[in-house]
Design a protein around this ligand. Structure first.
Ligand code: SAH
Ligand code: SF4
Ligand code: F3S
Length: 475
C-alpha cells in the first residue's frame, strides 16, 4: 500500500485522528503491547521520538528497553552523514530474525532518511519484512499509519512531498524530567551546499508564539526547570510570520515564565546572529551564557563554496562582539573537514580560527557527500585518508583547548542544574553549568531538579567533576 500524499495537514486533522484512534485503543490496551524506539541524528529527531512515544502512550503502548520484548520497533532515522544511514541499514537488517521469531512484531522506519528519493522503495525491496515507512512531514499521522500497518500484510508507505502546516497538540513523552526540548521552528532555508537537511525537512516554518509560550508554561507547571529551544537556525525565528516578533522577543517572553530557570537554544547561524539577540542574552538572567555558533570552516574560499554567507572576518567580528558583551560566554561550534577542494592551507585556516576563538567544545565531522546536494556533484572530492588525517589534527587542537578551558574550572564554585543520575554510574549525579559543561557529582538524589553550588574538583575534555559546596536544604 503506497500512498504519496501531496495535500497539507492540519492540527484539526490530528484531532480527528485522535477520535478515530480512541475507538481502537482497546486493541492495544488489552494486549499490553510494548514499543522500542531507536533514534539517530540531532536533538530535533530526539524530540520527534518523544512525540512518537507520546502518541504511542496515548493509544496504550508502554516502552521497553529490550528489543526482544517489543511488539513494535521503530527507527527514527538521520541522513546528515553516510555513516548514520549505514547504521540504520545494518540494524534494520538484523531484525529479520526477530520478525521470524515473532510474526506479530511491527517494524517501522521514519525520519529524515525516508524523505530522500528512492530510499523507501529500496527499503521495501531489500527488507520486505518492514511493515511501515513514513517521513518527517506526517509524523502526527503515526498512530493511524500504525493501525493500517497492523491490518495489512504489505509495507505501508506514506511520505509527503511538502511540509504543510505546523501541527500542534501532538503529545510528547519526554525522556527527561528536568530539562525539556521545545521545537520552535521546523525546516531550513539555507541550503548550505553540503547539507541534506533542507531537502528532508522542508522550508522554515515558525510555530506561533502563543503555542510555544503555552507549551513552556505547561512544562513549568509540570516541574521542568530548563527548556532548550530547537530549530535548524533559531536566529531566523518569526521571519516567516510577521517579522515583528523575532527570536529575541521570544526569549524575553520565556524569561518571564515562572518556574523555568534556564533557557538554552540551538542552532544559531552566524549570518543571522543579531545585536538584539546578543543584548537579550546579556540582559535575560535565565538565558544561559552559551552560544553554539557553527563555523564549519575557517577559509573564506571554502565558506563561500559551502554557501555559508559569511567570511572568517565576519565570524571573528561576531565572536569579538559576543565576548565583549558577555565575557563569561561559552562558545561551541561545528566544523567539517575535507569539503571538496579544501587544500592544506584552507585546513590550516580552520585550525587557526579554532586557536583564535578557543571553543569550549566542538563537534567535528568528515565531509560526507550527500546525494542531491551541490557539493556531492563536485569533481574535486578529497581522498578519505587526507580527510581523516585532518580530522585527527583538528580533534587534537579542539580537545586540548577544551581541556585547558575545563582545567581552569578546578577550585571554582559553579551553579549546576542537577538533571538526574549519571548513565554510567548510578551513584553519581549529573547536571550542567550555565555554560553547558557537564558536571558529575556525588550527592543525594533530592538534589535532582535543583540548582546546586558545586565546587569543581577535576576536569576532563568533555566533563567536569565536583562536590556539593552548599547543601540542598540551604539552596
Ligand atoms: N542547522 C544546524 C545543524 C545541521 S546538521 C546548523 O546549521 O548548524 C549538524 C552539523 O552536521 C552541521 O553543522 C555540519 O557541521 C554537519 N554536517 C551537515 N552536513 C554534513 C555533511 N554532508 N558532511 C559532514 N558533516 C555535515
Ligand atoms: Fe544544513 Fe546549513 Fe540548514 Fe544547518 S543551516 S541545516 S548546515 S543547510
Ligand atoms: Fe537532524 Fe539528521 Fe534530520 S541531523 S534534521 S536527524 S538529517
Amino acid at each position: 500500500m503506497s500512498n504519496r500524499r501531496k495535500d497539507s495537514v492540519s492540527s484539526l486533522e490530528r484531532l480527528e485522528q485522535i477520535q478515530y484512534i480512541d475507538n481502537l485503543k482497546n486493541r492495544i490496551f488489552k494486549k499490553g503491547l510494548k514499543y522500542h524506539i531507536v533514534t539517530y541524528g540531532c536533538q530535533m529527531n530526539v524530540h520527534d521520538s518523544e512525540k512518537l512515544a507520546g502518541m504511542l502512550h496515548e493509544i496504550g503502548y508502554t516502552q521497553t528497553d529490550d528489543q526482544r520484548q517489543a511488539d513494535l520497533i521503530l527507527f527514527n532515522t538521520c541522513c546528515v552523514r553516510e555513516n548514520a544511514e549505514l547504521r540504520v541499514y545494518g540494524n534494520v537488517g538484523a531484525l529479520k530474525s526477530f520478525k521470524q521469531a515473532n510474526p506479530n512484531l511491527i517494524i517501522g522506519i521514519c525520519g529524515c532518511m525516508m524523505q530522500q528519493n528512492d530510499v523507501s522503495e529500496y527499503i521495501k525491496s531489500t527488507f520486505p519484512f518492514v511493515d511501515l515507512i513514513f517521513g518527517t512531514h506526517n509524523l502526527h499521522r503515526f498512530p493511524l499509519l500504525l493501525l493500517q500497518a497492523m491490518d495489512s500484510n504489505q509495507t505501508v508507505i506514506e511520505i509527503l512531498d511538502t511540509e504543510g502546516a505546523v501541527v500542534e497538540h501532538v503529545p510528547a513523552k519526554r525522556a527527561k524530567e528536568v530539562s525539556a526540548w521545545v521545537t520552535i521552528m521546523y525546516g531550513c532555508n539555507n541550503f548550505c551546499s553540503y547539507c541534506i537537511v533542507p531537502y528532508v525537512r522542508g522550508r522554515e516554518r515558525s510555530r506561533l508564539k502563543d503555542d510555544i509560550l503555552s507549551e513552556i508554561h505547561e512544562l513549568a507547571g509540570r516541574g521542568y526547570k530548563e527548556v532548550t529551544l530547537l530549530g535548524q537556525n533559531v536566529n531566523s525565528y518569526g521571519k516567516d510570520l510577521n517579522h515583528k516578533y523575532l527570536f529575541h522577543n521570544l526569549l524575553r517572553d520565556i524569561n518571564e515564565i515562572n518556574g523555568i530557570q534556564r533557557i538554552r537554544f540551538m542552532t544559531s547561524h552566524p549570518k543571522d546572529l543579531s545585536d538584539e539577540l546578543i543584548q537579550t542574552m546579556a540582559e535575560c538572567d535565565k538565558v544561559c551564557k552559551h552560544l553554539h555558533l557553527p563555523i564549519q570552516a575557517g577559509s573564506n574560499r571554502i565558506l563561500h563554496s559551502m554557501n555559508r554567507k559569511y567570511t572568517r572576518e565576519d565570524y571573528s567580528g561576531l565572536v569579538g562582539k559576543v565576548k565583549a558583551v558577555i565575557p563569561e560566554i561559552a562558545l561551541t561550534t561545528d566544523i567539517i573537514v575535507g569539503f571538496p577542494g579544501e587544500t592544506e592551507n584552507d585546513f590550516l585556516e580552520t585550525l587557526e580560527i579554532v586557536e583564535q576563538v578557543r571553543y569550549d567544545s566542538a563537534f567535528t565531522f568528515l565531509y560526507s557527500p550527500r546525494k542531491g546536494t551541490p557539493a556531492e556533484k563536485r569533481k574535486d572530492q578529497i581522498p578519505q585518508d587526507a580527510k581523516k588525517d585532518r580530522l585527527l589534527r583538528l580533534n587534537d587542537a579542539v580537545n586540548r583547548i577544551s581541556l585547558e578551558k575545563n582545567l581552569a574550572y578546578i577550585g571554582r564554585n559553579v551553579e549546576v542544574l542537577v538533571e538526574g543520575v549519571s548513565k554510567n554510574r548510578t551513584d553519581v549525579l549529573t547536571g550542567r553549568t550555565d555554560t553547558n559543561k557537564t558536571v558529575n557529582l556525588k550527592g543525594d538524589s533530592d538534589l535532582i531538579g535543583k540548582i546546586a553550588t558545586v565546587e569543581i574538583t577535576n576536569a576532563h575534555s568533555w566533563s567536569l567533576e565536583g562536590r556539593v559546596a552548599v547543601p540542598a536544604d540551604l539552596l
